[in-house]
Design a protein around this ligand. Structure first.
Ligand code: GLU
Length: 465
């Protein structure tokens, strides 16, 4: 059997963290088994679906690097296919027209509620041997209902939650096509899962209640029933359900906030799945290890601190060239020109161990490209008369020395000794003069990367003419 999984988002909003985890697990399962991962856009809720949301989902998937093998398929482009299957089911007798008017349905519901029963369709238009149906009214556009089995149970071995069983008596003959002919949600999912030969449905557990209906429909169509794995929800840092107002942010917001996709992926992989005590692993390892058996049935709780830690970890490992590209994008947004400044790859390499995210990294390298503006307070604290004398002496030596970090470090040390300052008493004012800040990575490396011309110009700016 070739494994075929799908991610089937409804484009009614961005790709949020829960959806991204579902996509990651479905993707990894297909990759693990050498199968195919299918992207299907469930856009039949025309009132709530938008092209912007479709784009946001595609962007989020691309940013994460979760490439699909087939699709994206759009349900709105498959309407003819759904109509065809509805016709086949009507012809086969596994579905039927129901002519109940809205008033009749309301009356039925009121009666059932008065009897404290669950409101459900009573099967009055369902054809049955020996049953005489009323003549169809001419003023009602019929809906199409599925002949749900009346007896027995529908059950499946959920790959996450274990065996789940529903009595068919709990399920009524649900509508598969509305009066205007448009197919309903569960029906489209079933036709697609069948046509796309999906073998494993990995999705959020908000769909558990749809599953018995979908299984019955698949069976009525003579289709194979896939395995189901329903993922528990993700709770926020505070243990509350993620909601739009509360932590359910777009995957792309993680990009805006300076997270690396590999950190987010590693983090999501551990959100409800585990491989021993492994916390840090690559996507290659994840794909090798991923299985449905080690997904926890309980809800997973988001932990921003852990995500931040992973992000800092991956920043340290990332190729400086790539980081420079990310940082350049961020500096451009702040209108910081980098073309005339020092080599960004080298500057980034100096700071990537110190930053927790790409935005911090961009902020850290910013002073290399924009003339530093130490605050008045910083000037009075660090650029004292003695310090300025030291910087003046240093300027003289720096204008002639060999421009290599070891030599530059030596020059600073020797100058400090010559003017009677301790090393920090010269190195800190030097940092303030060069970068507008009292701290930086090793001063020798900073000098080397900045380059002689910039260093002398920045010193000239703080020294009396
Ligand atoms: N379109 C559904 C959603 O976004 C997913 C359906 C499914 O995976 O079966 O929640």
């Amino acid at each position: 059997m070739t494994v075929r999984t799908r991610f089937a988002p409804s484009p009614t909003g961005f790709l949020h963290i829960g959806g991204a985890r579902t996509a990651l697990f479905a993707w990894a399962y297909a990759r693990r088994h050498g199968g195919s991962f299918i992207l299907r856009i469930e856009d039949t809720d025309v009132a709530r679906s938008t092209p912007e949301a479709v784009q946001a989902i595609l962007d989020g998937m691309q940013w994460l690097g979760l490439a699909h093998d087939e699709g994206p398929f759009y349900q709105m482009q498959r309407m003819d296919r759904y109509r065809q299957v509805i016709g086949e089911m009507l012809a086969a007798g596994s579905a039927y027209h129901c002519y109940m008017s809205k008033e009749e349905l309301d009356a039925l519901r009121a009666e059932q509620e008065a009897r404290k029963e669950k409101p459900r369709y009573d099967g009055r238009w369902r054809p049955e041997p020996g049953k005489i149906l009323p003549a169809p009214p001419t003023d009602v556009l019929p809906v199409v209902r599925f002949c749900n089995p009346k007896e027995g149970v529908v059950a499946w071995d959920d790959q996450v939650k274990g065996r789940i069983e529903f009595a068919n008596s709990e399920l009524d003959d649900f509508i598969i096509a509305r009066g205007d002919g448009t197919p309903t949600y569960n029906f489209c999912v079933v036709v697609d899962d069948r046509d796309m030969a999906i073998t494993h449905v990995i999705r959020g557990d908000d769909h558990v209640n749809n599953t018995p209906r979908q299984i019955n429909l698949l069976q009525a169509l003579g289709a194979a029933v896939p395995q189901y794995a329903h993922l528990s929800m993700i709770l926020g840092d505070d243990g509350q359900k993620l909601s739009k107002r509360h932590g359910a942010v777009s995957v792309m917001q993680y990009d805006d906030e300076g997270y690396l996709p590999e950190a987010v992926l590693n983090y999501l992989a551990r959100l409800g799945w585990s491989h021993g005590d492994e916390e840090v692993f690559s996507m290659e390892q994840f794909v090798r290890w991923f299985d449905l058996d080690h997904i926890t049935a309980s809800a997973a709780q988001f932990n921003t601190e852990k995500l931040n830690w992973l992000n800092a970890h991956y920043l340290k490992l990332a190729d400086p060239q790539r980081l420079a590209g990310e940082v350049a994008r961020r500096l451009a947004r702040q209108q910081v020109a980098i073309a005339d400044g020092p080599d960004l790859v080298r500057v980034v390499a100096l700071y990537r161990d110190r930053a927790g995210n790409l935005n911090e990294l961009a902020d850290a390298v910013h002073p290399f490209y924009a003339a530093p503006k130490p605050t008045a307070e910083m000037c009075s604290q660090h650029l004292t008369a003695a310090a300025l004398d030291g910087l003046d002496a240093l300027r003289g030596r720096l204008s002639a020395c060999d421009w290599q970090a070891p030599e530059l470090g030596k020059v600073v040390k020797e100058t400090a000794a010559a003017v009677g300052l301790k090393m920090p008493q010269l190195a800190i004012p030097l940092r303030v003069a060069l970068l507008g800040l009292p701290q930086s990575p090793g001063i020798d490396a900073v000098l080397e990367v900045l380059g002689r011309e910039r260093v002398l110009a920045r010193l000239a700016a703080v020294l009396p003419a």
